[in-house]
Design a protein around this ligand. Structure first.
Ligand SMILES: [Zn+2]
Length: 310
């Protein structure tokens, strides 16, 4: 079966402002890579807008209304010092969350074994009622709760290899034993959460903080020793990957030293766990990654492994 890619032009148009690292060219670079040689077998779908009810499984209704009501007619408005809205941002945020939910639906319907959501804005910092760190709605958490609410799954995992800790996802999951969140990230770094002793209500949170300068060896050891065993113990029925590529050595926002081959490796390892307990069912949501070439090359390596596993 073909891997499906969900995306929408509004996700490119979302524009937090000149000089903002989370810029439209990021998604253009990813899409150009996935339109290139070797990716002809991908099945492309337009991301639908999320239903409000899908987003409100994760976020307070009043917050969702506030975000959508804040969308400016022109220019930018800031929800926090890092997080800005432009005229296209409301639709982009709805399409990003909608991509994640639709990807779950497509995989559960057997239309594909796995799917990649080529989306902006990213989601893993978005809290229950707070925009943070370039994120408006928590796309990966929306996907996880779609798998539970609509498809009746009991154990859903999100694994997040973005260089930043996904505070929003962890806070949404930590008191819910049916949800697992595992993260590798640089520490200390934004947003400051993600210590190893943050383990959730039922050891359903697993954090691997890595020091600035950490590279392939430390990253892979973190997965081999901690994250992969924890994920296997949880035995997810569905896997959601928060795929940020800003732990790449060339990324300007952090100081880790991964290469594209590390993203291929971690993708293979995660999909192997999904194969064991989840019939291979997995979706991936684009999070960070701020060097355009490193982002494109790393996302391509990630999606190539998804295609091989499909
Ligand atoms: Zn990040």
């Amino acid at each position: 079966m073909a891997t499906i890619v969900f995306t929408h032009p509004a996700c490119v148009e979302h524009d937090p402002g000149d000089y903002h690292p989370e810029r439209p060219d990021r998604l253009r670079a990813v899409l150009a890579a996935l339109k290139g040689a070797g990716f002809e077998a991908l099945a492309w779908r337009e991301a639908p807008k999320a239903e409000r009810a899908q987003i409100e499984r994760v976020h307070e209704k009043s917050y969702v209304e506030r975000v959508l009501a804040s969308v400016p007619k022109r220019g930018q408005i800031h929800l926090d010092p890092d997080t800005a809205l432009s005229p296209a941002s409301g639709e982009a945020a709805l399409r990003a969350a909608g991509a994640a939910a639709a990807a779950v639906d497509a995989v559960m319907a057997g239309e594909a074994k796995n799917a990649f959501c080529a989306i902006r804005p990213p989601g893993h910092h978005a809290e229950n009622a707070q925009a943070m760190g370039f994120c408006l709605f928590n796309n990966a958490a929306v996907a996880a709760l779609q798998a539970r609410a609509v498809h009746g799954l009991k154990r859903i995992a999100v694994v997040d290899f973005d260089v930043h800790h996904g505070n929003g996802t962890q806070h949404s999951f930590e008191r819910d034993a049916g949800l697992f969140y595992g993260s590798s990230h640089q520490w200390p770094a934004y947003p400051g959460t993600g210590l190893a002793e943050e383990t959730g209500i039922a050891d359903n949170i697993a954090n691997v903080p890595l020091p600035p300068g950490a590279g392939s060896a430390e990253f892979r050891a973190g997965y081999r020793n901690t994250l992969l065993p924890a994920l296997k113990r949880f035995a997810p029925e569905f896997l959601v990957i928060s795929a940020g590529f800003d732990a790449h050595a060339r990324d300007p926002l952090a100081q880790m030293r991964l290469g594209a081959d590390d993203y291929a490796w971690v993708t293979r390892e995660l999909l192997a766990v999904a194969e064991t307990s989840a019939q291979g069912r997995a979706i991936s949501c684009l999070e960070g990654g701020y060097d355009l070439d490193a982002l494109a090359e790393s996302a391509a390596a990630h999606v190539r492994e998804m295609m091989k596993a499909a």
